[in-house]
Design a protein around this ligand. Structure first.
Ligand SMILES: Nc1ccn([C@@H]2O[C@H](COP(=O)(O)OP(=O)(O)OP(=O)(O)O)[C@@H](O)[C@H]2O)c(=O)n1
Ligand SMILES: [Mg+2]
Length: 418
């Protein structure tokens, strides 16, 4: 039997990137021989084994046959006479279909090295179409390797897959898994550009796809197009190394702009409220985890209020904190501020750019929240022992006073520093 390193490890080494884990392919062996050598079989569907010492994955060379739509519709064929070339030809991309022998020799029958040099994502063969997850994987790789482009023939194949309904058969968990991974890469906008170019975005996130072609007022949005704005906002979140919930909130915060009446464009009055419903709908459909969903809903609803923070009266600031449950969840409130900061900076057009604009709203609201949280609600509750129904309004009033003092004090400090 012969073993080769394949996939990401070979690709990343050729790209000069650090290699995390090694996937291996085994040619000329049966499952029984693997077990006899001490390998441990894992996975019900795949002929995959773990190395007794390194615990790395060793997959028997295999060919696949499509049986049903969706990513589960596979039957596997493995046997000792399946060749390395036969195994490689059914892989997704040429850059992922390079094998490396123990002596370091590269086996590259589908010219992955050429495509690495040319920075191209190209499918290896028609077998690409057997697994619609590969469209999402390719899009995710585009977010990671931002200088790569999609080969025209690969884009054409993906378009065809989308038209045949392949993407509709994907299970929501798998879509979320790939989208969330792509959001965590260096340039998430590339993922959505790739998905849009092949038509997949309109199938998996029609609410987002609808934002292209929707104008915003040029004075505040020099990029004008709402779809372009969203891409700039998510790239800002990636550049600032924000957590996944912040990046997802950035992605969906303006979905309401896709349903405002075109007669009122470029204005989008009330888009926050309409956005909340659409965000809830997306999160339900894709089974988005609670932390990402809750922040996304809150950001859709409140990003306008946060942006206006410096004009809000102390009472309004405290009701904002109350609506956001900021007293109990201050870290999530910080994430709301971070998402809104990216919303403010992701506005880059030919005539103007807000990319480096200051965002004083963040410190301002953090200070106000710290002051409001310092109010001793327990003490107030005790002082209202004879009239407990007044506790909430008393606590609220005390918080408003605290915010007023804190924000004035901050102004004073600024004056003193000048
Ligand atoms: N739907 C898929 C999933 C995987 N593969 C093949 O299996 C290899 C290993 O898969 P995986 O570890 O998921 O991806 P990597 O390319 O190794 O990338 P990563 O750095 O994300 O691990 C890929 O390179 C590719 O050759 C494939 O062809 N089609
Ligand atoms: Mg891998």
């Amino acid at each position: 039997m012969r073993t080769y390193v394949v996939g990401g490890a070979v690709r990343d080494a050729l790209l000069g990137l650090p290699v995390k884990d090694h996937d291996h392919v085994v040619v000329g062996a049966t499952p029984d021989e693997m077990v006899a050598k001490g390998f441990r079989p894992v996975g019900k569907d795949f002929p995959v084994f773990l190395h007794p010492r390194t615990q790395e994955e060793y997959a028997l060379a295999r060919t696949e046959r499509k049986t049903a739509p969706g990513y589960k519709g596979f039957v596997f064929h493995t046997s000792p006479d399946v060749t390395l070339e036969e195994d490689l030809v059914r892989r997704d991309l040429t850059i992922n279909a390079i094998a490396r022998a123990d002596d370091g020799t590269l086996i590259d029958p589908y010219h992955g090295q050429r495509d690495i040099a040319g920075r191209v994502f190209r499918h290896v063969s028609d077998a690409f179409a057997e697994d619609p997850v590969r469209i999402l994987r390719l899009a995710r790789f585009a977010a990671r390797f931002a200088d790569f482009t999609v080969a025209p023939e690969t884009n054409a194949l993906m378009k065809q897959m989308v038209e045949q309904g392949e993407v509709d058969a994907l299970v929501p968990e798998r879509v979320w898994q790939e989208l969330s991974r792509g959001l965590m890469e260096q340039k998430p906008s590339r993922m959505f550009e790739v998905l849009r170019d092949c038509g997949a975005l309109a199938r998996i996130l029609p609410e987002l796809d609808a934002l292209w072609g929707v104008p915003q007022p040029e004075k505040w949005h020099p990029e004008i197009d709402t779809g372009i704005h969203i891409l700039q906002v998510i790239d800002c979140a990636a550049q600032m190394e924000r957590e996944l919930p912040v990046r997802f909130a950035c992605l969906v915060h303006d979905l309401g702009k896709g349903v405002t009446p075109s007669a009122t464009w470029p204005a989008h009055h009330g888009h926050e409220g309409m956005g909340v419903k659409l965000v809830e709908q997306v999160c339900k459909r894709l089974r988005v985890p609670t932390d990402s969903r809750d922040l996304a809903v809150m950001t859709a609803r409140e990003h306008g209020n946060v942006a206006r923070a410096l004009q809000l009266r102390p009472n309004t600031v405290v009701t904002l904190f109350e609506r956001c449950d900021a007293f109990r969840k201050p870290a999530r409130f910080t994430q709301l501020l971070q998402a809104t900061e990216c919303d403010a900076r992701g506005r880059i057009g030919p005539g103007a750019s807000f990319a480096d604009a200051p965002f004083p709203q963040l410190d301002y609201l953090e200070q106000a929240l710290a002051a409001a949280r310092a109010v001793n609600a327990g003490e107030i509750a005790q002082s209202c022992a004879d009239n407990p129904q007044r506790i909430p309004e008393r606590v609220h009033a005390a918080r408003v006073r605290a915010v007023k003092v804190a924000l004035n004090a901050a102004d004073d400090e600024d004056d003193a520093a000048e």
